[in-house]
Design a binder for this molecule. Sequence first.
Ligand SMILES: Nc1ncnc2c1ncn2[C@@H]1O[C@H](COP(=O)(O)OP(=O)(O)OP(=O)(O)O)[C@@H](O)[C@H]1O
Length: 234
Amino acid sequence: MSLVIKIRNITRDFPLGSETVKVLKGIDLDIERGEYVALMGPSGSGKSTLMNLLGCLDTPTSGSYELNGKDVSSMSDDELAEIRNKEIGFVFQTFNLLPRTTALENVALPMIYAGASKAARTERAKEVLTNVGLADRMDHKPNQLSGGQRQRVAVGRALVNRPSIILADEPTGNLDSKTSVEIMNLFNEIHKAGNTVILVTHEEDIADNAHRIIRLRDGKVESDTRKEVITEQL
Ligand SMILES: Nc1ncnc2c1ncn2[C@@H]1O[C@H](COP(=O)(O)OP(=O)(O)OP(=O)(O)O)[C@@H](O)[C@H]1O
């Protein structure tokens, strides 16, 4: 097993007027390649703040973060942007697709930043859209797609550059229960294909899809539980 994420004693403070709000209060975390982790905890416990750090959208106030053995905790904004594009796939509750571009163009977008040719982008985006079940929707724009289909496009965009980790913040938060199950089945497939997945959810049945559940409370890890792997007896 190899460590994708190694976090040691991370804190994150935010200035608020003349005060300082301590949001993350010393977090240690190791995540191995191929793990499937659900991040839970009450509102305000620091889940999004931690996800922003994991996704290199933010840097810690103190402590260290190594992503694939590289210390990202003190990188410049340009270096972080490059790491984000190469190593991180984001999926958001609100899909965050470009409204006037097709599913194919939305999925191909991160490859433009990565410098891929148009032919390579189109080929890979078609492959990814097929894998997420949208082979017949490639030329549709977001407003021509259902919520579940939009989230599939967003998942495709997250996967297109073959990132080291997929970070999903409440990916089923805007979906009905039937569509949520379909999207979770897609995440389960993505995990089975070898991806490292970390998702934030408030719902226990969504978190049950993961193999490990980390619960935050008041900026600290309250519990970190791995499911026992049940191997079939022959
Ligand atoms: N930029 C900021 N400036 C000041 N306070 C912040 C900032 N970002 C987050 N906070 C505070 O940090 C705390 C944790 O926020 P965070 O969004 O990480 O929690 P969360 O667990 O994701 O909550 P939710 O489940 O409601 O999304 C909150 O009290 C929030 O007000």
